[in-house]
Design a protein around this ligand. Sequence first.
Ligand SMILES: [Cu+2]
Length: 157
Amino acid sequence: MSTKHQVAAFSILIGLVLAVTLSTIAVESVSAQNSTYQQQSSNTGSNGTNTASGNSSSTAAGTKVSIAEEASEMGDQAYDPNPVKVKAGNTVTWTNDDSQIHTVTSGTGSDDPNMGKDFDSSMLSQNQTFSHKFTTTGEFPYFCQLHPTMVGKVVVS
Ligand SMILES: [Cu+2]
């Protein structure tokens, strides 16, 4: 074989290697796009599931009321929202978002003879929750036994 022939053969070999390499890169980038697309669509799917389960869990858990930060200083703003309006059969869930301990106790205050008769959370530490299902219509005042200036009302229609 002459040197010219060797160079020609080498060029053809380089050309083939380049062609194979380029087509491999092309295939890889397409499959990379595909997997990215699949990840995006599966993310969308799980987001959709999360939204759906969030909706159903909020339906199951019913209406939420927050015991606000610094609640002991906040009077009728301590429970948020206040008043809270629900339909008969709904459940109200209170969450203590304050660092102090509070209660959710039915009645107008410490001197109410029916205090705690309808519902009473007892002591709620930070992040603890209390739920009560309201089956009859009416207005249900409640307060905190530890800080009786904290007052709220549930209106059931
Ligand atoms: Cu309190």
